[in-house]
Design a protein around this ligand. Structure first.
Ligand code: AMP
Ligand code: MG
Length: 407
C-alpha cells in the first residue's frame, strides 16, 4: 500500500497529451481549447451607434430643448451593414440605426425618442441637447487588436463560444476526446430493468462511469459487464487495449478468490505502477500503463467506484486533454468528519454558504456500499490521515461535483 500523494505523483509521471484536432465552432462546445483565441480586429471594429436615432454635431444642439426644438436637415441614412459615405456639416444630420457606422462630421447620436420624427422627409426637429460622444460605441473600446481573449486549456462553454464567433473563428483547435472503455465485473451483476435472482444485485457502477466519462468530455468506446472468469476478461481487455486511451474497471481488483482483473492485465502486458493506496474507501486501486494507455482498476463497491473515479480518473482525463487544473477549495465543517489514522478519508458531502462562509458536512451514510450517500451531495470531502474526528469549525478540502451548484 502506498500513500495517496505518492500514487498521485506516479500517475503524473505517466500521463501523455491527447493530440489536437480542428472542429467547427458548433462542435467545439464541451471541448478543451488547444489554441489561444486572439482578436484579429479591435472591437467595436468602427465607431457605431448604440441607438436608433440621428447622427448630429453636438455643438449644433447646445440650446435645443422641448421648448426650443432645433431643426436639422437630414442628408442621408446609415444602417447596420449598409454604411453611407455621407458626411454632415453645420445644421445637418443623418439618420443612423443601432450598429450603423457614424457618418463623418457627426460626434453624437440623438435617440429617435428625443426628436419630432421626420418633417417633410428632409428635416427633423431635435428636442434635446446632447453631449459629445453620446450613444457612440467607440472603435476598440472593448478589445484591442491582438488581445488574447481566451487562453489554451479552457473548456468551451456558452461563455466562450460567443466570443469565438464574435471574432470570426469558424473552427477551433481542441483536444481529441480520449477514448475510454469501461467494464464491470461480477457474476452477481444484473442490468437494471431485469429480474433479480437470489444473491444478485443490479449493476449501477457502469451507469455512473458512463455519465462521468461523458461529463469529463471523453468518449465511451467499449462498455460491458463481464463475468468473473479469466477468458471473458481477457477477450474484453485485449480489444479494449487496442482501441482505448483509458480503461477503467469496477470490481475484481480486491483480494477475493475471483478477483482476476489485475492478473489478466499483467498477463496482457500491462505494467503495474501500483495496487492499493492508503485511502478509504477504495484501497485496492490499481494503476497500470501499456504504451501510453492508462488503466485504472477501481474497486466494485459503488461509493469506492464513484469517489475513486472523481479523485483519480477525472483529473487525469482533464490533464490529458490539457484542461487547466481547478483550484482546490476549502470549507469549514459544521459536523464531525471521521478521519482514518493512516489513510485519506473521502465522503460525499454537502457544501453551502452560510453568512458568507463556505460550510460543509459529510453524508451520514458512511458505508462504501451505500450509494444513496451521493443523493443530495454536491461535493466530495477529503481529509488527510490523522487521529480522531475533524471537528466542527475545522477546515476541510472540498471537491465540488462540477455539475452541482453551491446553494
Ligand atoms: P469487488 O470489488 O468485485 O469485490 O466488489 C465489491 C462489491 O461491489 C461487491 O459487493 C459487488 O457486488 C459490488 N459491485 C461490484 N461491481 C458492481 C457494479 N458494477 N455495480 C454495483 N455494485 C457492484
Ligand atoms: Mg467482484
Amino acid at each position: 500500500m502506498i500513500p495517496f500523494q505518492e500514487a498521485k505523483s506516479i500517475i503524473a509521471q505517466n500521463l501523455f497529451n491527447m493530440r489536437k484536432e480542428t472542429v467547427t465552432l458548433n462542435e467545439s462546445v464541451g471541448r478543451v481549447l488547444r489554441q489561444n483565441i486572439v482578436s484579429s480586429f479591435p472591437s467595436p471594429r468602427f465607431n457605431n451607434s448604440a441607438m436608433d436615432g440621428f447622427a448630429v454635431r453636438s455643438k449644433d444642439l447646445k440650446d435645443a430643448s422641448k421648448m426650443n426644438p432645433i431643426k436639422l436637415k437630414i442628408v442621408g441614412v446609415s444602417s447596420a451593414g449598409l454604411p453611407s459615405n455621407i458626411s454632415i456639416g453645420k445644421g445637418e444630420c443623418a439618420q443612423c440605426m443601432t450598429g450603423a457606422e457614424i457618418p463623418k462630421g457627426a460626434d453624437a447620436i440623438v435617440m429617435v425618442e428625443d426628436t419630432s420624427g421626420f418633417l417633410d422627409n428632409d428635416f427633423v426637429n431635435i428636442m434635446t441637447s446632447v453631449s459629445f460622444g453620446k450613444h457612440i460605441r467607440k472603435k476598440g473600446e472593448e478589445i484591442k487588436e491582438g488581445d488574447v481573449l481566451i487562453k489554451e486549456g479552457i473548456r468551451i462553454t456558452a461563455n466562450e463560444i460567443g466570443t469565438c464567433a464574435t471574432f470570426g473563428y469558424g473552427e477551433l483547435d481542441v483536444s481529441k476526446r480520449p477514448k475510454v472503455s469501461i467494464f464491470g465485473t461480477g457474476n452477481e451483476l444484473v442490468e437494471p430493468g431485469m429480474k433479480l435472482g437470489k444473491g444478485q444485485i443490479y449493476n449501477s457502477n457502469l451507469y455512473v462511469f458512463s455519465e462521468l466519462v461523458e461529463k469529463a468530455g471523453a468518449e465511451i468506446k467499449m462498455r460491458e459487464v463481464i463475468k468473473d472468469d479469466k477468458e471473458s476478461l481477457k477477450s474484453f481487455l485485449s480489444q479494449a487495449l487496442e482501441e482505448s486511451d483509458v480503461i477503467i474497471s469496477s470490481g475484481g481488483v480486491s483480494m477475493g478468490r475471483y478477483d482476476y482483473v489485475r492478473d489478466v492485465l499483467i498477463e496482457l502486458g500491462v505494467k503495474e505502477h501500483f495496487w492499493k493506496v492508503a485511502q478509504k474507501p477504495g484501497k485496492p486501486l490499481f494503476f497500470g500503463t501499456k504504451e501510453n494507455k492508462l488503466i485504472f482498476g477501481l474497486p466494485g463497491n459503488p461509493v469506492s467506484s464513484y469517489i475513486g473515479f472523481m479523485k483519480w480518473v477525472w483529473p487525469v482525463l482533464k490533464d490529458i486533454m490539457g484542461e487547466n487544473i481547478e483550484k482546490p477549495l476549502y470549507g469549514k465543517l459544521d459536523e464531525l468528519f471521521p478521519r482514518e489514522k493512516t489513510k485519506h478519508r473521502f465522503l460525499f458531502g454537502q457544501a453551502e454558504y452560510k453568512n458568507g462562509i463556505l460550510v460543509c458536512r459529510p453524508t451520514i451514510r458512511l458505508g462504501s456500499h451505500m450509494l444513496t450517500s451521493a443523493l443530495g451531495a454536491n461535493c466530495i470531502l477529503s481529509a488527510k490521515p490523522g487521529d480522531g474526528f475533524l471537528k466542527p469549525g475545522e477546515s476541510i478540502r472540498i471537491n465540488l461535483l462540477p455539475w452541482k451548484c453551491i446553494q
